[in-house]
Design a protein around this ligand. Structure first.
Ligand SMILES: [Zn+2]
Ligand SMILES: [Zn+2]
Length: 425
């Protein structure tokens, strides 16, 4: 017996959670949340409220009984599984924000690079230690949980440690793609995964790009960039002009981009001065010199002044936006930092603030997700018996694109239990 259940993330971008179990063991794949703010009444506990508001999945035997309110779930807290483990594909919030609500009996496995990033995010206060035990695993090393064999396979995404997760059980094999793209600095990882020609009964494939009528990365003024390399080249050209102040706003967890930008800025002799958190992360991940505009960062970086706008570029996160007063006017390169787009209620205020400080906004974002063509290419090359599209507003659009190529797809019901040793229906 090997049974699969999808608990969330079928028609949302992220927060995709599934379990696989047999009589003895259960695996939980990813444990993300969109947000963990309660909207409703006084619940029995925070966990009970988050489950009631569909922010945490109502998975049986997962939570401690005293945290639960729903009588059905509460009656089911004595687990029949002798072995259980949680696997995290990468450290974006939509894949791991729920970890802090896991009971302490769980082991949480993630790649070594994810683990290193996690420890450093805790050090800067961007994450907090959790009750469950977090265990780093090297890429491609098989781990057994009961009859299950699990390994993390490296992928190209916009965060260190990103992975697809391959799960074998007797003669059935499941690949969970995680989030991926072919346009980062490590796109060869995707080609290597394809070349492995792993036997796959079920592929759970992200479908972010099929959420939108336009391609991911388009939108706004259609001026998003196609790849990390293009971002680097265009940023270097702007840095080299030196006639105006430049401020950048990237996302702190995209360390490959931060390291590439830092290295480029040193090479063109216009170093980026980072805030203390970014400077800390860079100091931990690279041997290159790191500059900061924050005197609090002086133990791990070289602190510089704001008044040398032609000699330095500056990284300013949204919470520090008033610092623009000390630098500008100039160019504001928006590189997937917060607030990311107009779905964020802070976005219009942000645009007004940029303009009032005298900055021209340049959208220099690159998507962390494969475009539609690359998604279809990946899923068709993987040659799974069945592909389950998820992590998309419109999983059926990816399904029909694949069906047209002769692939078999399946869109499961949330919470339904499927025996994957038999045909799915
Ligand atoms: Zn995601
Ligand atoms: Zn992601």
């Amino acid at each position: 017996m090997n049974q699969l259940t999808v608990w969330s993330g079928l028609t949302t971008i992220g927060c995709n959670i599934m379990t696989l179990h047999d009589q003895e063991s259960r695996l939980i794949m990813d444990f993300g949340m969109a947000n963990d703010q309660l909207e409703g009444r006084n619940y029995h506990s925070k966990i009970a409220g988050l489950i009631a508001e569909d922010k945490l999945p109502g998975i049986p035997y997962l939570y401690n009984e005293e945290d639960l309110e729903d009588s059905n779930l509460a009656a089911n807290t004595s687990t029949p599984f002798s072995q259980e483990a949680v696997f995290i594909s990468h450290l974006h919030l939509d894949h791991m924000q729920g970890l802090k609500y896991l009971p302490d009996r769980y082991q949480v496995y993630m790649t070594e690079a994810s683990y290193q990033l996690y420890q450093n995010l805790i050090a800067i206060g961007d994450e907090f230690p959790i009750a469950a035990q977090v265990i780093p695993v090297p890429y491609n090393q098989s781990l057994s949980i009961g009859k299950y064999m699990v390994k993390f396979i490296p992928t190209d995404h916009d965060i260190p440690g990103s992975s697809a997760i391959y799960i074998s059980h007797d003669h059935t094999h499941v690949l969970y793609s995680g989030d991926f793209r072919f346009t980062g600095f490590t796109s060869d990882r995707m080609e290597n995964l394809i070349k492995e020609k792993l036997p796959i009964d079920i592929l759970l494939c992200e479908g972010t790009a099929f959420s939108f009528d336009e391609e991911v990365g388009e939108g706004d003024n259609g001026d998003r960039l196609q790849s990390e390399h293009e971002l680097l080249v265009k940023t270097q050209a702007l840095f080299s002009q030196r006639d105006q102040a430049i401020v950048i706003n990237p996302y702190p967890r995209n360390l490959d981009r931060l390291m590439a930008l830092n290295e480029m800025s040193l090479r063109v002799k216009r170093p980026i001065a980072w805030d203390k958190n970014f400077a800390y992360l860079l100091h931990e991940f690279t041997q290159d010199p790191v500059y900061s505009w924050d005197p609090a960062a002086d133990s791990y970086s070289q602190v510089v002044e704001f008044n040398q706008r032609n000699h330095y570029a500056y990284q300013i996160a949204y919470q520090d936006i008033d610092q623009l007063d000390h630098i500008g006017p100039g160019l504001y390169l928006h590189m997937n930092g917060e607030p990311l787009g107009d779905f964020d209620p802070r976005y219009q205020t942000f645009l007004d603030q940029i303009a009032s400080h005298g900055y021209d906004l340049v959208n220099m974002g690159v998507s962390g997700h494969a475009n539609k063509e690359d998604l279809v290419y990946f899923a068709s090359e993987m040659q799974a018996d069945i592909t389950i599209p998820w992590h998309s507003f419109h999983p059926k659009r990816l399904a029909s694109a694949l069906e047209q190529l002769g692939l078999t797809t399946f869109v499961p019901e949330i919470g339904a239990v499927y025996d994957i040793e038999a045909p799915l229906d």
